[in-house]
Design a protein around this ligand. Structure first.
Ligand SMILES: [Zn+2]
Ligand SMILES: [Zn+2]
Length: 256
């Protein structure tokens, strides 16, 4: 992950609100295509334009050929708002963040989300490193639904991490229960992406606490009821994997 500056230079007469709106729309398109990470993009005015501060998954993330259709349109609309083609300046690598997956084309993916990670929720199944979303699809629809799922997942995960929770059980149940609206939505997205890409997309089902630790290690796959316990944890995190349902999970953290 890299910290970067995107400079928008004024090239024609415009109003502050038109320019601001065009920049906001373009940056939101970058977020929904995974070209920019997080939700915040502090933007300030300079003598000859505007500068936005952002996080990108890799140095070439903002190249035009990675754009969605909506992103490409938003780029054109910058000119109509009196702004030139945006110029990227990389400031440095984010030392706190995960490294982006090195594979040109991962053979399988894991959809995995946690409250603190701003990176892509799709990880290479071999390296367990985040895969930028724009590498999976360009020029068409973006990943808005997946990003919106990630935001809701992280909000609930954030709540259930707190000592004094404002939603004592609901947040954890949403994360843990395979049938919750959150997991239904996420699992459907993983299935649809797997069909589109023609490769496995495993969905991670979180397990935080359990009523019965004696049974926890033997629990069946919640989708097919089959055996899915692994002899050795996968990526030191997943104790369960069902290849048929493309689901992974862990032994509840309070039982391990
Ligand atoms: Zn990889
Ligand atoms: Zn299964």
């Amino acid at each position: 992950m890299w910290v970067a500056e995107l400079r928008f230079t004024l090239i024609a007469d415009t109003s502050l609100s038109r320019a601001e709106q065009a920049i906001r729309h373009y940056l939101e398109c970058l977020i929904f295509q995974g070209q920019m990470l997080g939700r915040e993009f502090p933007t300030y005015q300079t003598e000859d334009g505007f500068i936005s501060r952002l996080l990108v998954p890799e140095p070439e993330a903002l190249q035009q050929h990675w754009h969605s259709q909506r992103g490409a349109d938003a780029l054109e609309q910058l000119a109509q708002a009196g702004l030139g083609y945006p110029q990227l300046r990389l400031l440095g690598q984010d030392l706190m963040a995960n490294h982006t997956d090195p594979c040109a084309e991962p053979e399988a993916l894991i959809q995995f989300c946690s409250f603190s990670a701003m990176n892509s929720v799709l990880y290479c199944a071999e390296h367990f490193a985040p895969v930028p979303l724009y590498r999976l699809r360009q020029g068409g629809d973006d990943f808005e639904a997946l990003i919106r799922w990630q935001l809701q997942y992280q909000a609930l995960d954030e709540i259930q991490m707190q000592q004094d929770r404002v939603l004592p059980r609901q947040a954890e149940l949403s994360l843990q229960q395979f049938g919750s609206a959150l997991n239904k939505m996420g699992y459907q997205q993983a299935r649809a992406l797997s069909a589109e890409l023609g490769k496995p997309v495993y969905y991670y089902l979180y397990s935080g606490s359990s009523h019965n630790c004696a049974l926890e290690a033997e629990k069946p796959c919640p989708a097919c009821g089959g055996q899915w316990r692994l002899e050795q944890p996968w990526h030191q995190l997943f104790d369960f994997r069902c290849d048929r349902c493309q689901l992974v999970s862990n032994i509840a953290f309070d039982c391990s």
